[in-house]
Design a protein around this ligand. Sequence first.
Ligand code: ADP
Ligand code: MG
Length: 366
Amino acid sequence: MSVALRDVHKRYGRTKALDGIELRVEEGEFFCLLGPSGAGKTTTLKTVAGLERPDRGSVEIGGRDVRDVEPYDRGVAMCFESYALYPHRSVYDNLASPLRSPRHRLPAAEARDRVGAIAELLGISALLDRPVGQLSNGQRQRVALGRVLVRPARAFLLDEPLSHLDAKLRQQMRAELKAIGAVRRTTTLYVTHDSVEALALGDRIGVIRQGRIVQTGTREDIWYRPHDTEVARAFGRPRINLLPGTVTGGGVFRSADGAVELPLAVPVPRGTEVLVGVRPRDVSLTGDMTGDGHRLAGSVYVTEVLGRSVEVTVRIGAQQLSLVAARSEAGGLRVDDPVRPAVRPESLLVFEADRPERPGRRIERR
Ligand code: ADP
Ligand code: MG
């Protein structure tokens, strides 16, 4: 079922946790809500689950306003960051107990099959007889996730469900989570502060900041058309380069120190202060770019090996430009070696300069 929040506001005392949330998760969609700690992610999920009441605005599940519907009647299953498990009971009992409630009661054999299948998927089959109190944080987190996925639900609300897993397991579970049949079939609102996770999992992504949704879109939208510099910075490692400067006549960007000049494909009025964004993987070291790569003259500042590629930070006047090159290209580089990286004007993003009160908006192509 679809889940929609319209202009949802929520305060805790003087803290504005939600400041007009607008969100719509379509039936069957896997939607990632991404934002830093304190942005209002958990509060958003709680208003959907009915654990918090909005001060203003509405929540709809399956097109129906749920204002007066009690949490247990909303038919959503939520997995908390701080998992509520029964520590003295076994993993099996923890997983099976939702299926014993009057609401979801299943015949014992069917419940056993369901629990077995979920445990298998989450890699905790060998732990079924262990009391939850004896498990590691990562294992507990998987049990908590299992307790949610085992239930038939109209929507899953998952609050950073992989945050306590070690990197390897997180990567593996990230790959498997979306393949779980129940997840594929069920509307899922998935909260994370990890942009890699959001890009990997989200059919669509909503970026939340200070209780507001800043941008909603597919990963392509977010990647190629970020709303502002902060969204651009949030996605992609190494981070996007953002070079400060102004636009001169003829639509050419010039950095503050004059060392970097780049023709812009976006029409920007002369004299505008901008930040030009270029992703490290869009900069070519050897310049084997087809067509009109624009060359810059600089020198190597730092190199860092990232597995099969190398991040090279190039100094161009007072600017630093980071790029990712193949090891075969960059392996022999030494500090201060001269280089002539090339960028394509079409790959540049142009933003208004950041202000103290808000990050610079992207300037649209026309
Ligand atoms: P997130 O999950 O994105 O980290 P939360 O939704 O938990 O953020 O919190 C949003 C804001 O509301 C934060 O400033 C947080 O401190 C505040 N907050 C959340 N829950 C409460 C509460 N029960 N009482 C007071 N302040 C709260
Ligand atoms: Mg939270």
